[in-house]
Design a protein around this ligand. Sequence first.
Ligand code: IDP
Ligand code: MG
Length: 148
Amino acid sequence: MERSLVLIKPDGMQRGLAGTIISRLEKQGLKLVAIKMLKLDKALAQRHYAPHKDKPFFGSLITSITSAPIVAATFEGEGAVELIRKAMGETDPTKAEAGTIRGDFGLDIERNTIHGSDSAETARREIELFFSDDEIFDYHRGTGSSSY
Ligand code: IDP
Ligand code: MG
């Protein structure tokens, strides 16, 4: 089953959106299998965003993601990566469609409230950075369909 890493970024936390964002993804049928609150240190932030290390915004990205506590979560489900990317909307909230998390709540590209893995392979790398195996839970969740 596919997994994806979600982070509620400091701007999302400051605006009290952690519950709302987690709730949207849960209601979409994705299964929450790990969750924690933490303040990223520079080393973890740099590892997480390593693919962007040569980008001009890397410095400010590290400064902002380490500026305040965040919520990290792992969701599981068929097509979890793509479903979450769709629910997030475009990176730039001004381009994200209404009804998406960034379209509804994002302020600008640096304050776009949420991180979600961009591929199943990226997700594996990112989840390992944030969660140990015993922090990721295996349990049954109904699909919410008529099988109730
Ligand atoms: P994503 O979060 O939609 O996957 P990425 O391209 O992976 O977007 O970029 C990671 C994060 O870096 C973005 O969420 C955003 O906060 C920040 N970022 C991306 N592009 C820019 C930019 O052009 N200027 C400033 N920050 C940016
Ligand atoms: Mg990305």
